[in-house]
Design a protein around this ligand. Sequence first.
Ligand SMILES: [Zn+2]
Ligand SMILES: [Zn+2]
Length: 123
Amino acid sequence: MNKTAILHECKHCSGTGTCSNGADSTSCVACAKRNELPFWRHSNQIGLMCGSCGGIGQAESLTERLNKRIAPVLALVLTGGILALILFSTISQSPYFSEIMAFGSAVIGTVMGYYFSRGNNER
Ligand SMILES: [Zn+2]
Ligand SMILES: [Zn+2]
């Protein structure tokens, strides 16, 4: 799995990190709001930080953002399901308990490792 985020040039600021989408190359109202400027400074501001990418000039792709939102939910469901399976096999004294335990801890370990390393990369 590719852990590094795929970045694209920000469409809003064309990779400059500064918004010039308003009239006469000024910054647009949306970005002025993102910069938490008072309403009387929403127009005719030049060189404001791009609100879409946060001034870095690069934005994550839509699929990347979608993956980030779905993956934690998937991991949670997966971990929950395995825990339930382990619990069930404990209660029913399943003969496959050791196999389920080995499989379950391997999967949970992988999920945990994936999320911890991912979190460290983002920080
Ligand atoms: Zn931008
Ligand atoms: Zn803008």
